[in-house]
Design a protein around this ligand. Structure first.
Ligand SMILES: [Zn+2]
Length: 239
């Protein structure tokens, strides 16, 4: 009798389970705000289009893009992750909103243009959220990347070594910052100097991943970069 009941109701049960899993999948999409715009880069092409497509694939993220830094605070109200990839000015109210977001324990991805020392009147940004920054880079060219921590969720599935063309940022850590954990660094033939490319900033409240790569197509369109970006967003969003 019990079995007959279950059999009779089976299509309904299957349908409910299916709808439940669909709702669960929809719920799990990470809401990412990408902030681009500024100088020296094709922000629309590499951040609004390429990275947004990489993150949206398979429903991983629901991406909002803006190049209007005055709207950061408004968009952050409904975001799980802030992906900052701009070198434009950000006004005090929106600077405060970024810090409030970090202090609330949300996730941050800081991309190539945002790892520069862009804002001399906002030293707290570089010190606390980047734990340093770059004010120089090699000329655009080829260099080698090496993942130095293969056990971190951000580097999962990424080949240990790969070569790409980019601007090799001369990131220098600020001793007054919270410090970094290097996940990948780079070196160029003929030089002993290595710089970190992918690293976690040990901010006491927020999860922050910095991605120094990203000048143009040679990084945004390669698999290792795309995997690192997707992994990084998942990790900072605690997924
Ligand atoms: Zn660049």
């Amino acid at each position: 009798m019990k079995n007959r009941f279950i059999l009779k109701k089976l299509p309904i049960i299957v349908w409910l389970l299916f709808m439940g899993s669909m709702a669960h999948a929809a719920q799990k999409s990470i809401r990412v705000l990408i902030v681009g715009g500024g100088t020296s880069h094709d922000f629309d092409r590499w951040y609004k289009q390429a990275d947004a497509a990489t993150l949206s694939q398979g429903g991983l993220c629901k991406v909002t893009y803006t190049a209007n830094t005055d709207s950061i605070a408004i968009y952050l109200a409904t975001a799980d992750v802030l992906y900052l990839a701009t070198n434009q000015n950000i006004n005090p109210a929106n600077r405060a909103a970024i810090f409030a977001f970090a202090n609330a324990g949300k996730g941050l991805i800081l991309g190539h243009p945002a790892l520069w020392y862009n804002w001399t009147d906002w030293p707290e940004y570089n010190r606390q959220l980047v734990s340093g920054g770059a004010s120089a880079h090699d000329s655009y060219g080829s260099f080698d990347e090496e993942i130095v921590n293969l056990n971190h969720p951000v580097t999962k599935g990424v080949e240990q070594k790969f070569t790409l063309k980019d601007e090799r940022y001369h990131y220098l850590a600020d001793p007054a910052g919270p410090g970094i954990e290097v996940l990948a660094n780079n070196h160029v033939a003929g030089s002993d100097v290595i710089y970190p490319s992918i690293f976690v900033v040990k901010n006491p409240k927020a999860r922050i991943v910095c991605i120094a790569l990203g000048h143009d197509t040679a990084s945004h369109d390669i698999k290792p970069y795309q995997t690192l970006l997707r992994n990084a967003v998942k990790w900072v969003a605690h997924q």
